[in-house]
Design a protein around this ligand. Structure first.
Ligand code: UDP
Length: 369
């Protein structure tokens, strides 16, 4: 039986970066995943000639040149720029919040007029030092935008009122006083031609991967295969939920092939009212400027995670952060185990941050690359 330097639990982005760098450093790795495929939640599969983002849409964006150059070794990226639109009871607004949004909402034309409107609404709401997502949102964009474009969407997405959510979640979105619908401020952005799965497969080239292997169900035997473990699953599951379960949001996708070439005219349409049961509809072909005769759409339904579901988003409120801190302490004491990635670090990481986190771990393990 082979013995490896590293057993990497999870073939998602963190695991793939670690494996690739470990290989470069002359180490041997075995990558395992409980799913039947690699690439974790960035997995894409082809349907009707269209790359479908099976676990939710992923748009690669980063301001790090090192990260951008790194991913470009494994895929060619297209020029897709994310600009979702919000549908509020049939009214369409541009996202992120920018002059186009302000113009549609209030008829204002200049940045000064938009700023004055926001200031007035913020003052009327009496917010000076925002303490939660609601107050943060109103202080950034005023009450009208909060009511129409944030309150309902966020309530559905997180299953909690905005007053009980941390302010940082809304700070992910730019607020811009220019007529610029680019959702991200990042310097580099795009989607890999041929999908994310092909990109991750390329990263894992020459590395042994075993699929349909559940680490937690066979931990002792699997640990015996390597000197060290890189664990990228949920940190609370690793410890058998012994301090209690961390909360996650899960997402259910209703995916349909439609016999039309263009269903909604945009890759992402957010339904920002509270009544529509789904949060957004993704039309996958528009991520790659597809011209196929059919189209594939996914409606996203957000739900509280329960055992058996896929965890997607950590709920980084105070209660869960406290609990996570305790798990992180336990993790720190675990010899020869590295915990990394969105689930093991319980962080709302974007893809580039996952890669940076893996880079910093690699640096510690193997020295300067
Ligand atoms: N958000 C919102 N309205 C929108 C889009 C986003 O209120 O139309 C808020 C919501 O709270 C969401 C957060 O902004 O959870 C972050 O959105 P993002 O698009 O970054 O979420 P992701 O793409 O990671 O699901």
């Amino acid at each position: 039986m082979n013995h490896y330097d590293y057993l990497i639990v999870g073939a998602g982005l963190y695991g793939a970066v670690f494996a690739q760098e470990a290989k470069k450093a002359g180490k041997t790795c075995l990558v395992i995943d409980k799913r039947s495929h690699v690439a974790g939640n960035i997995y894409t599969e082809e349907v009707e000639g269209i790359q479908v983002h099976r676990y939710g849409a992923h748009i690669f964006h980063t301001s790090s040149k090192a990260v951008w150059q790194y991913v470009n070794q494994f895929a060619e990226f297209n020029r897709y720029t994310n600009s979702p639109v919000a549908n509020y009871h049939g009214e369409i607004y541009n996202l992120p919040f920018n002059m186009n949004t302000f113009n549609k909402m209030w008829g204002v034309v200049t940045p000064a007029e938009a700023k004055a409107k926001i200031e007035e609404q913020k003052r009327e709401a009496g917010i000076t030092d925002p303490k939660n997502l609601e107050e943060q949102a109103i202080s950034l964009v005023g009450t009208d935008i909060y009511e129409k474009l944030i309150k309902g969407y966020t309530g559905k997405q997180w299953g909690r009122p905005c007053t009980e959510l941390p302010a940082f979640i809304i700070k992910r979105l730019p607020v811009r006083f220019t007529y610029d619908n680019n959702y991200f401020n990042a310097l580099y952005q795009g989607i890999p031609n041929g999908g994310y799965t092909a990109m991750v497969e390329k990263m894992l080239e020459g590395i042994e991967v075993r699929l349909n292997v559940d680490y937690l169900a066979d931990r002792e035997n699997l640990n015996a295969l390597a000197d060290k473990v890189v664990y990228t699953g949920p940190v609370d599951a690793y410890f058998g939920y012994r301090l209690g379960a961390l909360q996650y949001r899960s997402v259910r996708f209703e995916t349909e092939v439609l016999d039309t070439d263009n269903y909604q005219g945009n890759a992402v349409v957010n339904y920002t009212d509270a009544e529509t049961p789904y949060t957004r509809i993704i039309e996958h072909k528009h991520f790659a400027f597809g011209t196929q005769p059919k189209t594939v759409i996914s409606r996203e339904y957000s739900a509280e995670w329960k055992p058996g579901d896929e965890p997607y988003y950590p709920v980084n409120d105070e209660k869960n952060q406290e609990l996570y801190k305790k798990y992180a302490e336990l993790a720190g004491k675990e010899e020869n185990v590295i915990f990394g990635g969105r689930l093991a670090e319980y962080r709302y990481y974007d893809m580039d941050k996952v890669i940076e986190s893996a880079f910093s771990c690699v640096k510690k393990e193997f020295g300067n690359e």
